[in-house]
Design a protein around this ligand. Structure first.
Ligand code: ATP
Ligand code: LTN
Length: 343
């Protein structure tokens, strides 16, 4: 029988939703960049949570295309299928299975306190909010706990969901015996939150109101350069890192620093006596140098559907092996009669 416990290398796991035609710079700097680094030393599991995507209404053709495109973007950005297990969430039935068990372990009040649910449901109104959005954090907990990862690399906005995951792991372990690893977040310091270019106190988001606030990885460099030029700064002219008083300038400094590897202090020193125009031109150039090869690799993956499907099939097979073994163990522990086909 396959064992669901961690292999030799410690594991990491994360997912990114297929809810836009392109991932944005916040997704890359807040999450993906860490994924790529972590695959070197960890047994990495990365997936596209299409089941999370349908917690809000999706156009079927769009969801389908964005799921494939999302995989190609991850590969183009540097996820190496020889090092990481890349898969689509709905290809692994164990996610839905464990999610139900964890939902039954979660308090109604506990789930009601999730800020992402509160924000989204208050924006849409209760009548337009599906129960799937309420169950979203328990599905995310299942995604994670199935694979026993030590670390979960995500942006700051996922911290509360991770806390719930840890609580549910501990609750299950206390009630039914040691089963799950209690995972830790792996949240970057500098880039944990990249802000909207037009509204630099709100996070850059695929579902933001104004597309001009977004830097999409697949957009032509000219489009992004224009958005960066039009980024909201302030009426002052001094380039300094000051999140409170200069959120727009600080955001551009973080973006440029993350893309080039140059420390923020060094960037600030190099801009002494220079205006915001310089900062914006250099940031746009750094972005272009990063996205140009990424877009070329993306086109290559998209042009070879057979290769993409083979990678996803291999990923799903490996994920299924581990995830099904976890569900088996959980079902036995909670008292389900496990059919002989699952044993
Ligand atoms: P949506 O707007 O549809 O909620 P999103 O743009 O926030 O989407 P997700 O798919 O929810 O993107 O997030 C994928 C990953 O990117 C998560 O780990 C999340 O924490 C991270 N992330 C998203 N936006 C940012 C941001 N502005 N800065 C840093 N990390 C981010
Ligand atoms: N909720 C996450 C996406 C996500 C995820 C996960 C991240 C779904 N399941 C498991 C890490 C681990 C988001 O970024 N919105």
């Amino acid at each position: 029988m396959t064992t669901s416990t961690p292999a030799v290398a410690p594991r990491v796991l994360s997912g990114i939703q297929p809810t836009a035609d392109s991932y944005h710079l916040g997704n890359y700097l807040g999450a993906l960049k860490q994924w790529i680094e972590l695959q070197e030393n960890y047994d990495a599991f990365y997936f596209i949570p299409d089941m999370h995507a349908i917690t809000v209404e999706q156009n079927p053709q769009e969801l389908h295309d964005r799921t494939i495109s999302g995989c190609a973007q991850l590969l183009a950005a540097g996820i190496d299928p020889e090092k990481s297990t890349l898969f689509i969430q709905s290809h692994v039935p164990a996610h839905a299975e464990l999610s139900w068990v964890l939902t039954c372990l979660t308090g109604f009040g506990e789930a009601s306190r999730m800020t992402q649910f509160k924000d989204k449901s208050s924006r849409q109104g209760a009548e337009h909010t599906g129960a799937g959005l309420f169950a979203y954090p328990m599905l995310m907990a299942a995604d994670i706990l199935l694979y026993h990862p030590q670390f979960v690399p995500v942006g700051e906005d996922q911290r509360q969901h991770l806390e719930l995951t840890r609580t549910l792991a501990e609750r299950f372990n206390n009630r039914y015996g040691e089963t799950f690893v209690v995972p830790e977040g792996f949240i970057p310091k500098g880039a944990a939150k990249i802000y909207d270019l037009q509204n630099p106190t709100a996070k850059m988001s695929k579902s933001g109101d104004n597309p001009r606030g977004l830097i999409n990885l697949l957009d032509p460099p000219k489009v992004s350069a224009k958005r960066i030029r039009a980024a909201v700064t302030d009426t002052d002219t001094v380039i300094a890192f000051d999140r409170e008083n200069k959120p727009g300038v600080s955001n551009l400094l973080v973006i440029q620093s993350e893309l080039t590897g140059i420390a923020i202090e060094d960037l600030v020193a190099s801009y002494e006596g220079k205006g915001y125009g310089h900062l914006k031109v250099d940031t746009a150039e750094a972005l272009e140098a990063f996205t140009t090869p990424l877009r070329a690799k993306y086109e290559e993956y998209m042009a070879d559907r057979g290769q993409l499907e083979a990678i996803l099939q291999r990923g799903a097979e490996r994920a299924n092996e581990i995830a099904a073994a976890t569900v088996h163990e959980v079902y036995e522990k909670i008292g389900f009669v496990v059919p002989s086909t699952m044993r």
